[in-house]
Design a protein around this ligand. Structure first.
Ligand code: ARG
Length: 559
């Protein structure tokens, strides 16, 4: 991402906190005042999925591995946090061994042990009690012949995780998984002591292993954080922990929030959605305010999924006709334009990932408004020279605008789309994410977006295209139900491969195969507009999350 020159010298500049740190400082003290329009999804580290809450978790909880405080590409690679070293791999990639540092304590002064990490991992299996978080650990560690039901239904331990002593933990995976260090950096792998675990209620009174603990939380209203007196700076290579206190105001209406943020009443908006329409115009046209603004990619891809199991999209030429007929400029505008919509893309991987390549399998003409001749040729090849009728699934709001733009695009070659709006709240679980819903409404096309749960090629693309990851009961992200043995085989190879360059090559091949199938029409890499007040120090967009890294921030003197 290139920083654009700024017309005002007042702030650090437009996009100055993307790829670099604004106001680097190690000054301690002060109260950091945060704001969000909505409350956290959960304070139980096993039950959160919001990106901004994962970033908040970095203040409260440590993990064996963690993403470093680092604005550049190094931020994508987990470093040892509670662990002394990255996982030591043996048994052909199946066994991962970590050793805890010495003198680690919770906020009540009790020691953090390997058994607490094991307990955290066991909790992930209790999806009946603790739903909401990621579940990548389950298929890697479960025994299909004797499924582990989680720690609330049995006192037997999970047998694939061993704790030979208080500082050593050994994971025996069912298959090699080269990204395992990334899973050990997710909040759900943060230690939870059994004696404090109250099951579904744990989020109301969680222990802290990080530099801060919760001093008060009134749901929907505020949350206050104070220093964890037992956190030892000498054991933590990741967190500067600068402010003495952090106060989060919750539940401020989005437009009012922007006003009060820009007026300086709050330091930073903690939530990921960024400045809303009203404030966008104001900050982008004011040279000073503009210099306090960042416009990073969120790492979410906005795309249209095309379903080969819904005729006539069983014919690849019908799918390709949609690709060629897409008016990319119209679609980008529908998404919100280049600043608050995103960067147009004809490939899948976010540019920050090593496998990113300039791929344009279905060029849409020099003006990007569609290659209608190519689209008509595909329709002819499909035996549908006059076009066809189909349904595009979406939800109201921004996704609806994209669906309308797709319909307008393809109407030019005789593809007549009906738009079907599905429920917003259950869109990803039971709507777009449920294979039955796709069939019930014959949703040949679906408007959706996706961001990786960890910043690797596997983390980004496997859930969308791995045939073994089709979720028949909902929460499905392989919406097109692609199940190509060549794709699956390359994915498995990548999980055995530790050399990043070789892995990038394998994933480049996966991406080309997926584009041959024409089941994903990529539109934009989403972008957001964020405002940073000039007295906040150590501000940067974390490359692994696409949002400000709140745990790194501090305050200038007198704030
Ligand atoms: N993969 C999920 C999605 O695309 C969540 C991504 C954001 N959350 C996260 N913790 N990475 O909706």
């Amino acid at each position: 991402m290139t920083a654009q020159p700024t017309e005002a010298a007042a702030g650090a500049g437009w996009d100055a906190a993307v790829g670099a740190t604004v106001n680097p400082s190690d000054r301690r003290g002060g109260t950091l005042r945060l704001v969000s329009s909505a409350d956290v999804d959960s304070l139980d580290p096993a039950r959160t999925y919001y990106v901004w809450v994962w970033l908040l978790q970095r203040m409260l909880n440590r993990t064996l591995m963690a993403y470093p405080t680092e604005p550049g590409p190094a931020g994508l690679v987990p470093v040892p946090d509670l662990a002394e070293r990255p996982g030591r791999v043996s048994d052909g990639g199946r066994t991962w061994t970590y050793r805890l540092r010495e003198n680690l304590r919770y906020d009540d002064g009790t020691p953090i042990t390997s058994d607490d990490i094991r307990h955290a991992v066991q909790r992930v299996f209790a999806q009946d009690v603790l739903p909401g978080g990621p579940t990548y650990l389950v298929p890697l560690l479960d025994d299909p012949a004797r499924r582990y039901p989680g720690p609330y239904r049995t006192t037997d331990p999970l047998r694939s995780v061993l704790t030979p002593d208080e500082r050593t933990i050994v994971f025996r995976l069912r298959r090699p998984f080269s990204d395992f260090d990334h899973l050990m950096a997710q909040p759900c792998a943060a230690p939870v002591p059994r004696r404090a675990d109250t099951g579904a209620d744990y989020g109301e009174n969680p222990r802290s292993s990080g530099p801060y603990r919760i001093a008060a939380h009134r749901p929907g209203t505020f949350m206050h954080f104070e220093r964890n007196p037992y956190w030892d700076r000498a054991t933590d290579p990741v967190r500067p922990a600068l402010p003495d206190r952090v106060e989060l105001t919750i539940g401020v209406d989005v437009d009012e929030l922007d006003e009060r943020l820009i007026a300086g009443e709050f330091d930073i908006n903690l939530e990921g959605r960024g400045l809303q329409h009203a404030a966008q115009g104001r900050v982008t046209t004011d040279g000073v305010l503009r210099s306090y603004t960042d416009n990073p990619r969120t790492s979410f891809l906005h795309f249209v999924s095309i379903q080969p199991h819904i005729p006539p999209f069983d014919n690849v030429h019908a799918r390709r006709a949609v690709h060629y007929a897409a008016d990319k400029i119209l679609l980008q505008r529908a998404r919100g334009g280049p600043v608050t919509g995103g960067d147009l893309t004809t490939a899948l991987f976010p540019p920050r990932l090593p496998a990113h390549q300039d791929l344009d399998r279905y060029p849409t003409g020099p003006d990007l408004r569609g290659d209608l001749d190519a689209a008509r040729a595909e329709l002819a090849a499909a035996g549908l020279p006059d076009g066809f009728d189909a349904v595009i699934g979406t939800q109201r709001g921004k996704f609806r605008l994209v669906a309308d733009a797709v319909a307008e695009s393809v109407a030019r070659v005789g593809i007549r789309l009906t738009v079907k709006e599905l429920d917003v709240a259950s869109y990803f679980s039971l709507g777009a994410g449920h294979p039955e819903t796709i069939r019930e409404h014959a949703l040949g096309l679906i408007v959706t977006d996706w961001g990786a749960d960890f910043p690797t090629e596997y983390g980004f693309l496997a859930p969308l295209v791995d045939g073994r990851q089709i979720k028949r009961n909902g929460g499905n992200w392989n919406i097109s139900e692609l199940d190509d043995p060549r794709v699956n085989e390359l994915i498995d190879q990548s999980l055995h491969t530790t050399d990043p360059a070789e892995r990038a090559r394998q994933w480049g091949a996966v991406e080309r195969l997926v584009m041959e199938h024409a089941v994903i029409l990529p539109l934009v890499h989403d972008k957001t507009l964020h405002f940073r007040n000039p007295w906040v120090t150590n501000v940067y967009v974390h490359p692994a999350f696409g949002l400000y890294d709140v745990q790194a921030m501090g305050l200038a003197p007198d704030h």
